[in-house]
Design a protein around this ligand. Structure first.
Ligand code: ADP
Ligand code: MG
Length: 269
């Protein structure tokens, strides 16, 4: 079968167009080019519609890559979202407040969020879910624990990288600091956390989870002045969610224990 000059130049033009897309690193568009052109021919799409379809493919792929990169950066320990949270199982949680936080309006005015409550009540889950929502909305989020933050700052100080470390923790639009108070922070740890909170103050939001009631912070930090200064910055603009309901983790064990007891009782009677 012979090819006409017309087909040859069309084929060359196609290769050149594909080359342009690749040169501009629009690789997903380059890969989809053939398919979109076929679709444009069979569906008699306008030139505008075909171009829009082609670039839409590239935009969607770029968005997906950026989302994946933000998620990797965020270091969220679990894939939890708010839809995984069972509000009925945790009467201690103010659902209205959580739903309001999930709109992420608190990020706009750099408000903080404190989850206070005993272990197992869902503090980490809620902060991960809010972090996830913020990542999906396009924000830079970073999740850490108070102990890790303290250790990282301590190491940075020893290695002469204090400023870089502080800049790192100042960067994310949302910083989640989990488990404050579970482990005693060394003195330089409390001071590092204070400096992180202080430099983010009124600029970007921090979510903090703790098992220590606010009234007891002075005792938990050893240094009452640092504790008071930290609370001052944190609470100036903040939503405090005290969760005093039952431990979700222990629920399963409790049910199991009740079943065992019921079994024993029914055998005994
Ligand atoms: P905390 O940080 O308060 O100690 P977590 O958030 O780690 O508690 O929750 C403990 C476990 O229980 C996790 O596996 C979490 O997914 C689950 N969990 C807690 N509360 C709920 C809830 N209301 N609905 C669903 N799962 C929950
Ligand atoms: Mg936790």
């Amino acid at each position: 079968m012979s090819t006409t000059p017309m087909q040859v130049s069309e084929a060359r033009r196609f290769q050149q167009l594909k080359g342009h897309l690749s040169y501009l690193k629009l690789n997903d568009a380059a890969e989809a080019l053939n398919r979109v052109l076929d679709q444009a021919r069979t569906e008699r799409m306008s030139l505008t519609a075909a171009l829009e379809r082609l670039l839409e493919i590239e935009v969607e792929a770029t968005e997906a890559r950026r989302l994946a990169a933000r998620l990797r950066f965020a270091c969220l320990p679990e894939p939890w979202t708010l839809s995984d949270f069972d509000f009925a199982a945790q009467p201690g949680v103010d659902e209205k407040l959580i739903r309001d936080l999930a709109t992420l309006r608190f990020l706009d005015d750099a408000s903080n969020v404190l989850f206070v409550g005993p272990p197992g009540v869902g503090k980490t889950m809620l902060s991960v879910a809010l972090g996830r929502a913020a990542v999906e909305a396009g924000h830079r989020v970073y999740f850490t624990t108070a102990a890790d933050l303290a250790a990282r700052c301590h190491k940075a100080a020893l290695e002469g990288r204090w400023k870089t470390c502080m800049n790192f923790f100042a960067g994310p639009k949302l910083l989640v600091v989990d488990e404050l108070g579970y482990l005693p922070l060394p003195e330089d740890g409390a001071s590092a956390l204070f400096q992180v909170i202080n430099q983010r103050y009124l600029k970007s939001s921090t979510i903090l989870t703790t098992n220590v009631g606010i009234a007891d912070w002075a005792g938990a930090f050893g240094d009452a002045t640092v504790a008071a200064a930290m609370l001052d910055r944190l609470l100036h603009r903040a939503a405090v969610a005290g969760i005093d309901g039952p431990s979700y983790r222990l629920r399963g064990h409790q049910n199991h224990a009740e079943n065992l007891r019921a079994g024993v009782n029914s055998r005994a009677s």
